[in-house]
Design a protein around this ligand. Structure first.
Ligand code: F6R
Length: 611
């Protein structure tokens, strides 16, 4: 979490930095700040959103061609002006922006205090900059050397940018664990936590690697390792287009992203499936196909919504490929001494590709010899680089904090994997494979059809916007969808919601049901349909308010439910790709009606780079 952005070149730095911070605001929005260098090194920072910072600096002299900015998701210290970044060193000669966590900051701080350094904030980042200053003073070395030496002393994760008053044409950046992208323009450079602040100016980028230090000095870029060895930068071309990161007429990114799903699902299968010739191609999988075919077990590690996609994959892979699958919360997996062997495959799913818990789970599984396959959305992200192989989801940038199109893209890619492994293992016969391929190809058009129900769903939402609790029920493939629906509602509308396997209700949660309890029942036509209908009747008998997601043409459920939302028929294997769409829209509308900040819900950030 936290977004950082920096600029050095021939343009005014401040507007570029502020605009970049707005693009990165999804990463954290507790406070924001900028540092600008023009003779002096001036820091302006404020609690709250980037727009508040913008108003605060409106009457200041912000003229500078070198500057940096930060938007914060608080880890150490409450969100206030003092804890906002950038942070000065004690002498106010140098300043830092930092994304990450310095684990040994308390020890370092004690030591620095004993040497006369003073602190204005409770942050670990202020410790970092004072450490750099301390080394610089003690060793009488250059700024870049002081940064390099400091990196040997800090334990934890960081992406930093450092500016110094007495090094007016210099900008230094480094990373370990937290992302940092460097954009290379004509005589100008950009640094940011992801490519979105950069794309408008240049498509040539370098993804800095862990332990690399970039120095831009008098317009020249040099990258060195922490061991001071010169590195050759690998310049990549960004595939992203500017309109992908703008709202494009939608009121919120979340709504835009919900509506993008026909396209993002298609993009996630594009080039990977040729129905006419019964072909499935996933280049990232090819080299490891035999490992998948012979795997003893597949372990899926992920968090949040990505974990829900993992649960869908458990049903898919076990059913179609007959390989045992375990789905683990990355944060639990890494701390429970799991049994992993070289014949296991670990699939790590992450939209951002930066989730600290998932990264740590990958490292653990790697150390035990498992093959790691990544499913990420963000190209070049830390998880994408930490895995042995992988497949990108091609959902395009997801800016709304609540994950929507990333989920359906993940499920699409996982479906393809299950089909590939199933057909290679001979557990998925050709006719069935072909049926599934045809069905999958039709999914984007069916999602399009569901999106037409938006107004109807908005009307239903209006009736439940003041509810204080919700229950979501589903079975089989729709059980993870129930969990996902509940997560979507609670994270953006702050209504308490629980997702349950429908049959589990009678083992406890049914006690919650009365006439005030809205219950969303996902009851599409599949192998557990009859059972779900019985569960629905149990809710009804206790006067719960039923919102049912059903297959088009269902004649049984409408008489038992208060509201019915119809989705087109599909194979039960693909049901989550359709049944999740009305739930995304339901939570979106409820949140809007409750006046919540849909794209930036309280306490959350888009990429969770802390444990
Ligand atoms: C929910 C949501 C989170 C993320 C989770 C994992 O809408 O966005 O639950 O799914 O933080 O993030 P990634 O997929 O980036 O690893």
């Amino acid at each position: 979490m936290c977004g950082i952005v920096a600029y050095v070149g021939h343009r005014e730095a401040c507007p570029i930095v502020i605009k970049g911070l707005k693009r990165l605001e999804y990463r954290g929005y507790d406070s924001a700040g900028v540092a600008l260098m023009n003779g002096s090194l001036d820091v302006y920072k404020k609690k709250g959103k980037v727009s508040e910072l913008e108003a605060f600096i409106a009457d200041k002299d912000t003229h500078a061609t070198i500057g940096m900015g930060h938007t914060r998701w608080a880890t150490h210290g409450e969100p206030n002006d003092a804890n906002a970044h950038p942070h000065y060193s004690t002498s106010r000669n140098i300043a830092i922006i930092h994304n990450g966590i310095i684990e040994n900051y308390a020890t370092l701080k004690k030591h620095l205090i004993s040497k006369g350094h003073t602190f204005q904030s409770e942050t670990d980042s202020e410790v970092f900059i004072n450490l750099i200053e301390d080394i610089r003073l003690d060793s009488k070395c250059t700024l870049v050397e002081a940064v390099r030496l400091a990196l040997h002393e800090v334990v934890g994760a960081y992406a930093i940018v450092v500016l110094a008053k007495d090094a007016p044409n210099q900008l230094i950046a480094a990373r370990k664990g937290s992302p940092l992208v460097l954009g290379i323009g004509q005589g100008e450079y950009f640094l940011a936590s992801d490519a979105t602040p950069i794309i408008e100016y240049t498509s040539d980028v370098v993804y800095l690697k862990d332990h690399e230090i970039a120095m831009i000095h008098d317009g020249e870029l040099e990258i060195r390792s922490r061991e001071d060895v010169k590195q050759t930068p690998y310049v990549q071309r960004l595939e992203m287009a500017l309109e992908q990161i703008e709202k494009g007429g939608y009121e919120h990114f979340m709504l835009k992203e919900i509506y993008e799903q026909p396209r993002s699902i298609l993009d996630s299968m594009r080039g990977r499936m040729v129905v006419e010739s019964n072909q499935l191609i996933m280049s990232g999988l090819r080299e490891f196909e035999n490992k998948f075919v012979n795997a003893d077990r597949i372990i899926i590690v992920a968090c949040g919504t990505s974990w829900h996609a993992g649960l869908v994959a458990e049903y898919l892979i076990e059913d179609l490929a007959r390989v045992p699958v375990e789905v683990e919360y990355a944060s639990e997996f890494r701390y429970r001494n799991p049994i992993i062997s070289e014949r296991d495959i670990v699939i790590a799913i992450s939209q951002s590709g930066e989730t600290a818990d998932t990264l740590a789970a990958i490292e653990l599984a790697k150390s035990k010899g498992a093959t790691i396959f990544g499913i990420c959305n963000v190209v070049g992200s830390s998880i994408a680089r930490a895995t042995d192989a992988g497949a990108y989801t091609h959902a395009g940038p997801e800016i709304g904090v609540a994950s929507t199109k990333a989920f359906t893209a993940q499920v699409t890619v996982l479906t393809l994997i299950a089909m590939i492994v199933g057909s290679k293992r001979g557990t998925l016969e050709t006719t069935k494979l072909r049926q599934l391929m045809v069905e999958l190809e039709n999914i984007p058009a069916k999602v399009e059809q569901i999106l037409k129900l938006d107004e109807e769903i908005e009307k239903i939402s209006a009736q439940y916007k003041d509810a204080t609790n919700f229950i979501y029920l589903g079975r089989g493939y729709n059980y993870p969808v129930a969990l996902e629906g509940a997560l979507k509602l609670k994270e953006i509308s702050y209504i308490h919601a629980e997702g349950y396997p429908a049959a589990e209700m009678k083992h406890g949660p049914i006690a919650l049901i009365d006439e005030h309890m809205p219950v969303v029942v996902i009851a599409t036509k599949d192998s557990s349909y009859e059972k779900v209908v019985s569960n629905l009747q149990e809710v009804r008998a206790r006067k719960g308010k039923v919102i049912a997601i059903v297959t088009e043409g269902d004649t049984t459920i409408p008489s038992m439910a208060d509201h019915v939302i119809e989705v087109p028929e599909t194979s039960e294997h693909l049901a989550p790709l359709l049944s999740v769409i009305p739930l995304q829209l339901l939570s979106y509308h409820i949140a809007v009606m409750r006046g919540c900040n849909v794209d930036q819900p309280r306490n959350l950030a888009k990429s969770v780079t802390v444990e």
